[in-house]
Design a protein around this ligand. Sequence first.
Ligand SMILES: [Zn+2]
Ligand SMILES: [Zn+2]
Length: 266
Amino acid sequence: MPNSEKQAEEILALESIFDHKFHLFNEHQYEILIEFDLPTTFTIRFNDKISLIQYLPPLSLIINYHDEYPSDEPPSFILSCFYFSKIDLIKLCQKIDEFSFIPGEVCVYDWIVLIKQEITNDFIIGTDFIEQENDPRALNGYIVENAEKIFQNLIEYNQRREDDLFRTQLQTCSICTDIIPGIDCIRLHRCGHFYCRSCLNNYIRITLENGKFGENLHCPENQCRQALLPTEVKQAIQNDELYERYERLTLQHGLESMEDIVWCPR
Ligand SMILES: [Zn+2]
Ligand SMILES: [Zn+2]
């Protein structure tokens, strides 16, 4: 079978395995977005900070076919991943170079298996590496100065994915036990507890009537002392007059608790 046919066959196979994670640019070039299979207790670390996450952004592998693949040489490739350090991405390129290529046999799927083995346990955002030689095939690896930003980016990415999933699933309001679509719930930013709008609305009205506002207007969950954000209060009550009252009380209270401020007697 000529090389061109073997290449076309490999493209078909990869397309069916990776589906919408496979992007064909032309008959010689394509990209595969590789997702890592994370265990449920997967953690990322940066210095002494630890965060439990479920999702990592995909790593991008771009493959370039040439006339000698697969009869003589492996294809050329580019790896791109913003949360791998530059040095780790270069090492990963070298690992692919060391893969024992068998002339005549396609190898891209085996490369992907090899790449996936890079992240199986927890993941550390490194801060103590020295940048060495460059490799034009290693794109977007982070440099030491950006390590903390990368850690934050990964936490935010995970949060977005979790939010997306939450919105598409049915959820149970823990106050009224109604089952409603996640998209109709109000999920509190600070603690992640969620309620249907009408329960949260009732709760806020009663709490405000009892003279609690600002930091004292907290999540209804027992033991949870996380204060509601003003945007959450607004979203739940959908009543301008009541919201203005809440805002006024909260602001006034905030000012009173600052001892340096003297109230204008007028
Ligand atoms: Zn409810
Ligand atoms: Zn809560």
